[in-house]
Design a protein around this ligand. Structure first.
Ligand code: C2E
Ligand code: CA
Ligand code: CA
Length: 635
């Protein structure tokens, strides 16, 4: 008896050890059930051997083999069941574990009965002492049954604990990365705001809700004026910083339940859930405009931007996410078209406008190939003498169906699409060619000014483009003046200074366009190799009528002169404006008062009419500038 128990304990422990492990392989299961089966068999037959019967017990071989096989098979089934059922805490699983123990116990008992059937006692067999046969059986069966139960219960408790923690760990990691993926797929990485995917979903849900409650809501599409410019000139990381700040300010301007999403670039969409009237939307728009228009401090430069906003309503302007977004977007483009820092409510006519815009964009690509552009030239006149010293080349698009299109209607689109690079290059080449042609024809106009967009200014090929335009035209660099806007030059000032210096060394002149509207920093002005400031026409417009405008113009002129820069005023429309400029000591002016931009032939006639004699000796004096690089320029 003692021996049987020892065998039972040792083999069970051994089998359990082998079967334990995070994963149960078939090999391990096989080995452990062999050990367990062998143990059970050994336990039975050693118990039998302990019974001293005369004559000796003999065994029927097939049944003996069957009993051992039953021991192996039962162990296999029970261990497998125990392992499978070891994790989980539902009462079903617990019950199933008990069932596994019972299977094991029954199988062991079955093995014993088969073993008993296999044993043959002689007809006169008698027991020579020791334990009575029946009691031994009961003890063995009970012992084995309880051992089986204990064994399986131990496996399950040990692994329950281990697996449960492992499972929890896996589940939480899985849940976390799932949540992360979900967030990434539905949010904008830069600002953390919902992206288009989530917005579409929210819009559809809002529409469903509003339909049920028979209410409405507003969708606002917003983009930032001149963002492209800021991004091109300050660099992408500055642009990103600006966008993050815009997102933050938007959050402060709307209510908690409203959705703000970023659609990409500088485009945001705001869903105002309970705003269903123009008046309530206008209130929110005022808050948004106030917040967005405050100055931004990006990478130590102060920049300004304003929002253009388009508004549409559910259900009046659209009943699903797609239609609502499209119409808010069209209204937004309309707002931009009407002048910046503006908002517009969607009207059905805008649908037509918007398809025109798309048409225009595709036409613009064709226009480059088919050479539909031409240049007009606006004289720049000496304030004191009235002599035409130079002209500014201004591009026009002769559209085959729509006629002449002014640059304000296509330059922003060309900048957005990058088409400004080939268009601007064409304008530069054509202007150089015309300047040279006038020189050859003996015209006294000494210089040609050409506008450069920020994108052109920052392009790598800029120097190649400028020098090859000059070379191909045979024009001397000092006869070319490049107009760059203040915003373009003042941003990313270190890089700007390098580009300007390289341009200046080529020999071309640099003029700062739209001066006074950007964020000028006087210290940069001093450092840049520039030649001329062009006072923005918004100040000239109010000259005389507004004391403030007059003071600003006066300040710019004296600042320019103290830096030894020339000053030109643009947009001069009246003799009064010209008189004030004369008094303030402005060097040159340009504007409808003298002449609108004209085709080259008309400029030639104008110059002739102005009197060739008066123009002729103006030449060299007008060429001179005071840029700090003047000394280094090729003679
Ligand atoms: P800008 O460089 O400020 O050009 C001056 C604009 O003011 C021109 O408009 C001109 O026609 C207009 N203007 C001239 N005198 C007066 C006046 O007395 N009163 C008023 N109210 N306006 C006056 P335009 O030709 O429509 O050009 C608009 C803008 O398009 C230009 O502004 C310039 O930024 C851009 N642009 C024109 N041509 C080119 C080009 O070849 N390349 C690039 N990159 N930009 C160009
Ligand atoms: Ca200009
Ligand atoms: Ca200008």
């Amino acid at each position: 008896m003692t021996r049987s128990y020892e065998i039972a304990i040792v083999t069970s422990a051994f089998a359990l050890k082998i079967a334990s492990g995070a994963f149960l392989t078939l090999g391990r299961l096989a080995v452990s059930s062999l050990v367990m089966g062998a143990g059970i068999s050994a336990m039975h037959y050693s118990g039998m051997a302990a019974i001293r019967v005369v004559p000796m017990i003999t065994y029927e071989r097939p049944l003996l083999v069957l009993s051992v096989l039953v021991a192996f098979g039962a162990s296999f089934a029970a261990l497998w069941l125990a392992f499978r059922l070891r994790s989980g805490k539902t009462w079903m699983l617990r019950l199933a574990r008990v069932a596994a123990a019972v299977v094991m116990g029954l199988a062991i008992a079955g093995m014993h009965y088969i073993g008993m059937a296999a044993s043959q006692f002689g007809p006169d067999a008698y027991c020579v002492g020791g334990v009575a046969l029946d009691n031994t059986w009961i003890a063995v069966v009970i012992g084995v049954l309880s051992l089986g139960m204990v064994a399986i219960a131990s496996i399950t408790t040990i692994y329950d604990g281990r697996l449960e923690t492992e499972k929890q760990l896996h589940t939480s990691t899985l849940e976390r990365s799932n949540a992360q993926l979900q967030h990434q797929a539905t949010h904008d990485a830069l600002t953390g705001l919902p992206n288009r995917v989530l917005l579409l979903d929210r819009l559809d849900r809002c529409a469903l809700n509003a339909k049920r409650q028979k209410s409405g809501f507003a969708v606002l599409a917003m983009d930032l004026d001149r963002f492209k410019n800021i991004n091109d000139s300050l660099g992408h990381s500055a642009g990103d910083e600006l966008l993050r700040e815009v997102a933050r300010r938007l959050g402060g301007a709307v209510r908690q339940q409203d959705t703000i999403a970023r659609m990409g670039g500088d485009e945001f969409v705001i869903v105002l859930e309970s705003a269903d009237s123009k008046a309530s939307v206008e209130q929110v728009i005022r808050r948004i405009v106030d917040a967005i228009s405050l100055p931004y401090d990006v990478q130590t430069v102060i920049v300004h931007t304003t929002p253009s906003i388009g508004v549409c309503f559910y259900p009046g302007d659209g009943e699903d996410a797609g239609a609502l977004l499209m119409h808010a977007d069209e209204a937004m483009y309309f707002a931009k078209q009407q002048g910046r820092n503006n908002h517009q409510f969607f009207t059905p006519e805008m649908d037509v406008f918007s398809s025109q815009r798309l048409q225009l964009e595709s036409d613009l690509r064709i226009a480059i190939k088919q050479q539909q552009f031409e240049l007009h030239y606006q004289p720049k006149v000496d304030v004191q003498t009235g002599i035409i010293g130079s002209t500014e080349a201004l591009i026009r698009w002769r559209h085959p169906l729509m006629g002449m299109i002014p640059p304000d209607r296509f330059i922003p689109m060309a900048e957005e699409t990058g088409l400004i690079l080939p268009i601007g290059e064409w304008a530069l080449r054509e202007a150089c060619r015309q300047a040279r042609a006038w020189q050859i024809a003996g015209m006294p106009i000494t210089r040609m000014a050409v506008n450069l967009s920020a994108l052109q200014f920052r392009q790598e090929r800029l120097f190649d483009v400028v020098s090859s335009a000059l070379n191909d035209a045979g024009l001397d660099a000092r006869h070319l003046e490049l107009e760059l806007t203040e915003t373009c030059v003042m941003s990313n000032s270190k890089e700007s200074a390098l580009i300007l210096e390289r341009l200046s060394r080529l020999g071309v002149l640099i003029s700062i366009d739209d001066f006074g509207t950007g964020y000028s920093s006087m210290s940069y002005l001093r450092r840049f190799p520039i030649d001329k400031l062009k006072i923005d026409r918004s100040f000239i417009k109010d000259l005389g009528s507004s004391q403030e405008a007059t003071s600003i113009v006066q300040a710019i002129i004296s600042l320019a002169h103290s830096l030894k820069l020339k000053v030109i005023a643009e947009g001069v429309e009246t003799p009064e404006q010209l008189a004030i400029l004369k008094e303030l000591g402005c060097d040159q002016y340009q504007g409808y008062h003298f002449s609108k931009p004209l085709p080259s032939r008309a400029v030639e006639e104008l110059v002739q009419a102005a009197g060739a004699s008066r123009q002729s000796h103006a030449g060299d004096k007008l060429l001179r500038t005071h840029s700090k690089l003047e000394a280094f320029r090729p003679a």
